[in-house]
Design a binder for this molecule. Sequence first.
Ligand code: GDP
Ligand code: IMO
Ligand code: MG
Length: 423
Amino acid sequence: MKVDVLLGLQWGDEGKGKVIDVLAPQYESIARFQGGPNAGHTLEFDGIKHVLHIIPSGIFHPAIKNIIGNGVVIDPIILEKEINALIKMGVEVYSNLYVSQKAHLILPSHRLLDKASELAKGKEKIGSTLKGIGPAYMDKTGRNGLRVGDCALASFEQRYRSLLNKHIELLKLYDYDYTSELAEMEKAWMESLQIFKKMKVIDTAYFVNDLLQQNKAVLAEGAQGSLLDIDFGSYPFVTSSNTITAGACTGLGIAPGRINKVIGIFKAYCTRVGSGPFPTELENETGELIRKTGNEFGATTGRARRCGWLDLPALKYACMINGVTDLVMTKSDVLAMFDKIPVCISYNINGVDTVELPYDISVPITPVYQELEGWSADLTGITTQKDMPAQLVSYVKFVENYLGLPVTYVSVGPDRKQMIQCS
Ligand code: GDP
Ligand code: IMO
Ligand code: MG
């Protein structure tokens, strides 16, 4: 059996959590491959909304094995909170959750470094979620990091102190007064490490490959979005991991030839949270209207998301670098109030039209729009393709033709049931 990969094609928050929840019954296992508590994946069913940060989005299905892969960075305080909240709701977590020994730990001092770095950047800040993601991945690639498997070592405490001392020197360079915050977080962090004793801490590369060998279906769950990828995103306004399909190979230990479907999720428009260029951004009442109607506020930080029209050149680029085979369009219901919906079909840069993303998308770009007919109808109760308004069908067709790929589902609301399968 091969692995399907599900990931975001824009700047994150495309609705990955919701779509995984819908597709989950088709899989034996859901495996997160990168990112950490910067992610916020929302699932809604039975009138309740759940936001997951580190735990894979299959956790509400008792038959599914949920895997946190080696590519993920874990803050044990946040993980423990997340587990306890789920247990309180009656979800069986410990028996269905597997964690890689090789996943790196986010230390309290990583969070402080994230904060100090952002403060020092001032107006130029990335707009990080301040969860310590960048500093934790820096220590991973710098070969200084601590891994989940290290917690069991007799030398753990000493290795922790040694890394902390390095961080303290860096915090001094930032002239950041870390003392009270560190003291506050450190005790809780040390205590939270105990959760790994209750969890199945394993070699997830063997585990995933054994599942595949046994013909079991695995879905790799991406976090963030392709335009936030460390190599291919709007650098430096990106996250610190490979959010694209390739990240599923390195973040889980699966060979490229093992990848089957790549399911790319995109919103019918665009959003971005944090700083960085956004060619189709609407810094006006229309953007405000989309934000209000779409409830575009961050699932992790609560920050207002910036909103804009669908950017097809960027989406096509994302499909290319990911090898997308299937598309899912979310939040179609949000655009119901528009008679006409502009979509960006190319960029005009210095008087020249192009459909390719330039090296630096923060240069002045004038998006070239084509106006499509709006559907002016409430989509939230529609569950079958035949009931889709003709204008929505045309919107989907337009995107399919532009990208040369099929849209297999259209999502029309946050709930599990608000999903239209397309043929
Ligand atoms: P993720 O990070 O990709 O999982 O996305 P988030 O959970 O951060 O943000 C997506 C938001 O949109 C969540 O509040 C979802 O409940 C919501 N959502 C998902 N799909 C739809 C949809 O089709 N329509 C509407 N109105 N909301 C949706
Ligand atoms: P999900 O998985 C949207 C953004 C931050 C910031 C940049 C770097 O829910 O789609 P970081 O904390 O990673 O150093 O922040 O990336 N960002 C996200 N934006 N959705 C996410 O995750 C994000 N994770 C990080 O806002 O601009
Ligand atoms: Mg999110």
